[in-house]
Design a protein around this ligand. Sequence first.
Ligand SMILES: [Zn+2]
Length: 80
Amino acid sequence: MDPKHTSQRCPRCGLVSSKNRKGHLFRCKSCGYASNADIVAAVNNKQVYLNTLLDGHQSTCPEAPASVVRCKPTTSVVGG
Ligand SMILES: [Zn+2]
């Protein structure tokens, strides 16, 4: 995804529109989701990052990226 679009993409419905953003405020034209534009950008960046990880690892957790933390592979090395 183009990084410059991360602050224009709705993390709820995925709509990408420059009209979604107004200064520091984000308000989705489609679903009405509203938040701080910087937070929206951070959320989108995080999703892209996690999706990249999931793609590379073929994780056992196909669920939403938010759950990736719970899906960490169990440590097989005990002690050390
Ligand atoms: Zn939306």
